[in-house]
Ligand binder design. Structure first.
Ligand code: GLU
Length: 447
């Protein structure tokens, strides 16, 4: 049986943002759901814009997300192989030299558009004689090379979009080699997919027309094209194009500035645009088990970035102490503290704010008219160690003595003991504060 193999092929020209990490997540989950392999291929043929620091950042992000890879390659290491197959395509007459400048091509395009025709390349270069070419070369002109498409129908069964049809005779021959001799993405991608045994390609629907040309290129190289899955691109919640913030939102930002957990990102992006519900998962297995390309809709999924925060809070509140105890920022937090406070966290590092509230000096924020009440509270605090049970008996007595109930009974105590109007349940808070701090804070608030 053929080994199933998917690949994620980012260009290292920037950080991974929401749009391309979605492709990575879906590709990885699709691979796992078919017991397949996942390859990370760095598309760094554009030597000017590709940077090693971005490759490193991509690897850091994927590793943090848990998207491990079984195979890895850089396109820049494969030039000898590309050259070999370029020669084959030239020998087979599937690559031809073109000498038009970009200005000349622009003029041709405009003329066609003005005449109400599709702006296809007219294959003018195929009419050049050997003499014409010799003359152009003598003038120092360097050619770019186009792939000669077969003027035939191109049909494939897309795993997301169903049957897709293109007409080769209505497509421009794509440029595969630049004037400086370097091959373009299309050619390198097809050669790599062939050489690395890629059986499935998952990418955004902005690549659909590229795929039509790629299919003929696979065939020209004697290979069977992989199965294709083109995902609808996501848009912002208001339905517009991905907004600047969302479009440029990087995985690194989410991790380092927003305190987002990997599974919050994966829970959202694996399911966005599918018929399955978006839920907070703490591990990826249920997403693998339920994955199916047929569940993806054709419409543009709308993404609300606040959904990541909501999922994150749910995931963090479900996390055990063992999941977090080794994080350097949690060195002050013990298991008891984590277990008592986690239900109030939106992100893991919030725990330090609550640690600060319980351990450091706080400003009580009690209204003047409640000060006497706080003094009564101090005098009725039960003797002995404070446990989570203390709260109930204490406030029971206080209720009798003060005649207060509900918010009037509880809020001033919260304000006196935490300096805030909201937070974890007070039975837990006073147990974490301990007797000495509780007494001191009440004394201060009553003064
Ligand atoms: N490097 C290409 C991109 O980032 C890869 C597209 C593909 O998956 O073939 O758009």
């Amino acid at each position: 049986m053929t080994q199933i193999k998917y690949r994620f092929a980012p260009s290292p020209t920037g950080k991974i943002h929401i749009g391309n990490v979605r492709t990575a997540i879906i590709t990885w989950i699709a691979a796992k759901s078919m017991n397949g392999e996942f390859m990370l291929r760095i598309d760094d043929t554009d030597l000017e814009r590709s940077k090693d620091e971005f490759t490193d950042a991509i690897k850091t992000d994927l590793t943090w997300l848990g998207l491990n890879w079984d195979d890895y390659a850089h396109q820049r290491d494969r030039t000898a192989r590309y050259d070999e197959l370029i020669q084959k395509l030239k020998d087979d007459g599937r690559l031809y030299a073109c000498y038009e400048t970009s200005e000349q091509l622009d003029l041709k395009r405009k003329a066609l558009l003005n005449a109400g025709k599709p702006p296809m390349y007219d294959r003018g270069a195929l009419d050049l004689t050997a003499d014409d070419i010799a003359k152009l070369e003598a003038e120092g002109k360097k050619p770019h090379w186009r792939f000669k498409l077969n003027h035939a129908p191109i049909v494939w069964n897309d795993l997301v979009r169903g049957e897709i049809k293109f007409d080769g005779s209505l497509m421009s021959d794509p440029v595969l080699i630049r004037e400086d001799g370097s091959p373009l993405y299309h050619l390198c991608s097809v050669i790599d997919d062939m050489d690395f045994g890629i059986t499935h390609v998952t990418r955004g629907e902005d690549h659909v027309s590229n795929t039509a040309a790629h299919i003929q290129m696979f065939e020209a190289l004697g290979a069977t094209p992989p199965q294709m899955a083109h995902l609808p691109l996501i848009s912002d919640i208001d339905g517009g194009k991905l907004s600047k913030r969302l479009g440029s939102l990087s995985v690194e930002d989410l991790r380092e500035n927003d305190g987002i957990e990997p599974m919050a990102i994966i829970s959202l992006l694996a399911r966005l645009g599918t018929s399955d519900p978006i839920e907070a998962y703490t591990n990826v297995q249920p997403l693998i088990d339920t994955f199916d390309f047929t569940k993806f809709g054709r419409g543009t999924p709308k993404m609300d970035v606040r959904e990541i925060e909501r999922l994150n809070a749910r995931i963090v509140r479900d996390m055990d102490y063992t999941d977090v105890k080794d994080r350097p920022e949690l060195s002050n937090i013990d298991e008891n503290f984590w277990n008592n406070i986690r239900a109030n966290l939106n992100k893991v590092s919030d725990i330090n704010d609550w640690h600060h509230v319980t351990q450091d000096t706080i400003e009580p924020c009690v209204a003047d008219e409640d000060k006497e009440y706080i003094a009564t509270a101090l005098s009725t605090l039960p003797d002995g160690d404070i446990t989570p049970d203390t709260w109930k008996s204490w406030t029971g007595v206080l209720k009798e003595q003060s005649g207060r109930k509900g918010k009037q009974l509880f809020m001033p105590l919260r304000q006196a003991l935490t300096g805030m109007d909201h937070g974890p349940e007070m039975d837990k808070m006073i147990a974490l504060l301990g007797r000495d701090r509780t007494v001191r804070r009440l004394e201060r608030a009553a003064a």
